[in-house]
Design a protein around this ligand. Structure first.
Ligand SMILES: CC(C)(COP(=O)(O)OP(=O)(O)OC[C@H]1O[C@@H](n2cnc3c(N)ncnc32)[C@H](O)[C@@H]1OP(=O)(O)O)[C@@H](O)C(=O)NCCC(=O)NCCS
Length: 158
């Protein structure tokens, strides 16, 4: 597995991964047109890359396999897992063909290291309690700090 920084050229793949996260239970809730037209969903990628964005792409067999990225959102236009203006919120997705091969754990581990190196105090995210990703987040040290709608907000202290 090859890990590298996400760049401006990765927007199409990051969009695919955002759709994986939106459709995490296999239901086709979102396609790209709907995601781009939904201000709340698209705020995770609008204007990518902003100066403070940071992301990790995993490549397997020469193809992008999964990604995670962190973005600072603001109280007036928060993400689903918003905590504070200075706490980046994560998005995570792995293409179906590459799952259960350690991609998610690898990209998250690298992103957490980057967040520490950038001196952030915390990372946050939003996850449905039934999503298998929840156990992965817990194993990396994230803890539940609240509920928004039906999803848990989780935070990692860095
Ligand atoms: C959740 C997701 C990111 C996991 O990606 P992955 O690359 O398959 O995960 P990994 O192979 O790194 O596995 C990480 C851990 O999660 C567990 N896991 C992953 N998928 C699982 C599943 N479907 N059921 C049960 N456990 C699962 C693995 O057993 C592994 O645990 P281990 O390291 O102790 O063995 C991927 O299924 C996905 O993209 N889902 C849709 C998008 C999504 O839900 N994003 C998160 C939104 S909050």
């Amino acid at each position: 597995m090859h890990l590298r920084a996400a760049t401006a050229a990765d927007l199409p793949f990051l969009t695919e991964m955002l759709l994986e996260a939106c459709n995490w239970d296999g239901s086709p809730w979102y396609d790209e047109e709907k995601a781009r037209g939904d201000d709340h969903a698209w705020r995770y990628l609008a204007d990518w890359p902003r100066a403070s964005d940071f992301g990790v792409i995993a490549e397997l067999d020469g193809s992008p396999a999964g990604a995670t990225w962190g973005r600072l959102l603001t109280a007036d236009r928060p993400g689903y897992g918003y905590i504070a203006d200075d706490v980046p919120e994560l998005t995570l997705g792995v293409s179906a063909a590459f799952r259960r091969r350690g991609v998610a754990r690898a990209v998250l581990t690298e992103l957490i290291a980057q967040a520490r190196a950038a001196s952030y105090a915390q990372l946050s995210l939003s996850v449905d309690p039934d999503n298998p990703a929840r156990g992965l987040y817990e194993s990396l040290g994230f803890r539940k700090v609240g509920v928004v709608g039906t999803s848990d907000t989780m935070v990692l202290d860095l």
